[in-house]
Design a protein around this ligand. Structure first.
Ligand code: SF4
Length: 92
């Protein structure tokens, strides 16, 4: 697990689902094979842990909110479908 993540985010990443920047990003580490496509395509959003499995980068929320952040492309490129991305709209 990456140093510098907020404790609540760290817990959520362990659980496989985090929210922020208007989207939910789920990483299923039981499915991830460490191919690294996500980190290659969106290196400011995804990184890999010591075992090579995907995890969210330290500043992923800011990076994911940026214009043209290739979060969905990274999810589509994952060869085992380990990443899910869902838009979250506020109910106001
Ligand atoms: S592309 Fe998929 S399999 Fe590869 S590291 Fe990312 S989540 Fe894991």
């Amino acid at each position: 697990m990456q140093e510098g993540l907020r404790e609540d985010v760290r817990d959520a990443v362990r659980a496989g689902q985090v929210s922020g920047s208007g989207m939910d990003i789920g990483i299923n580490k039981d499915v991830c094979i460490g191919a690294g496509q996500c980190a290659l395509l969106a290196p400011r959003v995804f990184t890999q842990d010591d075992e090579g499995l995907s995890e969210l980068a330290e500043d992923w929320e800011q990076a994911a909110a940026g214009p043209g952040a290739p979060v969905r492309e990274a999810a589509r490129a994952c060869p085992v479908g380990a990443i899910s991305v869902t838009d979250v709209r506020s109910a106001s």
